[in-house]
Ligand binder design. Structure first.
Ligand SMILES: [Zn+2]
Ligand SMILES: [Zn+2]
Length: 381
């Protein structure tokens, strides 16, 4: 890209390098010149940071000096280690690419559209819309691949489109506003470690603060005197008491998912539960709790598929401009149905009861009823 020089009128080379993250088609936010990325809305993530840091700070300031002298000087050290482990896992979950699958290029999308289009049958009264699914075998089990109208790709097994980030994510677990990112193939291990370390931190702070209050009670004999003497300890006990159950519950739930190699999305959809008396086997499980845990938590980290710090060439910029051209009318219908009401996020795009004219592969289809999948609501956590 060249610019006209303001002094001499000659063409001057544009020295500014455009990185691919600047032209990214999804809604993700990028930081540090594309090194870090997160979901578009991170307000709740900052609330998570404030809650964890604020409660820990009150504990370190008002409980630790007392407990270190009266019980054991190692208490503040254990608390600090748990706090830093929790926060580093949280930050890694928030700012790591969860496994975003790049959208198809213009040529790739045209090729796929051509493959799935069914010509010459539009005027037939028995016309059915072209199938938007493919079937593949995973360990001898048939797995359906769904076509994503936004990314213009057949999603790989276990991938799903996040309506908030507007991307397909590999091994999509769920979109978590508390960590400010999607949880997927590349950041699930950090998310799991965050939950487990947060559960340990909450239990540790809660038990230490209760011990502090009990020792004060022994000395003062009067509960109001104790509250007057240690009001911040009482606040810490309250915060921990109300958060500890959901944190332990979530850590337990994700331990179950990790040991059985399932995602939240698959568990809520009942992908591997018995259907019609037929037992459905999870083809992704390694058949053993230890192997599943090792694979998910210690297996090699797959590289990011989006070259976000790569230099955007002229060809790439042209390609992205084609992407930003008016989208497929059908994809707009789908986008509208991605997000449910009252903070619920649907895991899969849904087109149900669309009875007006819509365009598939350049052909008008009137009065058709589409139903791709029953909406599955994912609770946000
Ligand atoms: Zn998609
Ligand atoms: Zn997301």
């Amino acid at each position: 890209m060249n610019l006209l020089c303001c002094c001499c009128g000659n063409m001057a080379p544009n020295t500014r390098i455009t990185r691919k993250w600047e032209l990214f088609a999804g809604r993700n936010k990028f930081y540090c010149d594309g090194l870090l990325m997160s979901a578009p809305h991170t307000g709740v993530f900052y609330l998570t940071c404030i809650l964890i840091t604020g409660t820990s700070a009150l504990f370190f300031a008002f409980d630790c000096p007392f407990l270190a002298t009266r019980i054991n000087p190692i208490i503040p050290i254990v608390g600090a280690v748990l706090y830093f482990f929790t926060m580093s896992s949280l930050l890694r979950t928030t700012f790591t690419d969860p496994g975003v699958i790049p959208r198809a290029s213009h040529d790739e999308a045209a090729y796929i559209e051509k493959q799935i289009e069914v010509p010459n049958s539009l005027n037939s009264p028995t016309y059915r819309p072209p199938p938007r699914t493919k079937e593949v075998l995973v360990k001898g089990q048939t797995v359906k691949l769904k076509y994503c109208f936004t990314c213009k790709i057949f999603r790989p097994p276990r991938a799903s489109h996040c309506s908030l980030c507007d991307n397909c994510v590999d091994r999509f677990d769920h979109h978590c506003p508390w960590v400010g990112n999607c949880v997927g193939k590349r950041n699930y291990r950090f998310f799991y470690l965050f939950l487990v370390s947060l559960a340990f931190l909450a239990v540790f702070i809660f038990s230490c603060s209760v011990t502090h209050l009990v020792l004060l009670m022994k000395a003062e004999q009067e509960i109001f005197e104790v509250i007057k003497k240690a009001p911040f300890t009482v606040i810490v006990v309250f915060i921990c008491f109300f958060s500890i159950w959901s944190v332990i519950g979530l850590a337990g739930f994700h331990t179950y998912l990790t040991t059985s190699d399932q995602t939240t999305n698959e568990d809520l959809k009942g992908s591997f539960s018995s259907k019609g008396g037929q037992r459905s086997i999870n083809p992704y499980s390694r058949g053993n709790i230890c192997l599943n845990c090792c694979h998910i938590l210690c297996g090699p980290m797959t590289p990011s598929l989006i070259d976000r710090r790569g230099i955007a060439t002229d060809d790439y910029i042209l390609q992205m401009q084609q992407h930003s051209s008016p989208r497929h009318p059908l994809s707009d219908v789908m986008s509208a149905s991605h997000v449910g009401s009252s903070g619920m996020v649907t895991a899969q795009p849904v087109i149900a009861g669309v009875s007006t004219g819509i365009n598939v592969g350049g052909n008008d289809i009137k009065n058709r009823l589409y139903e791709e999948e029953t909406p599955i609501a994912l609770r946000i956590w």
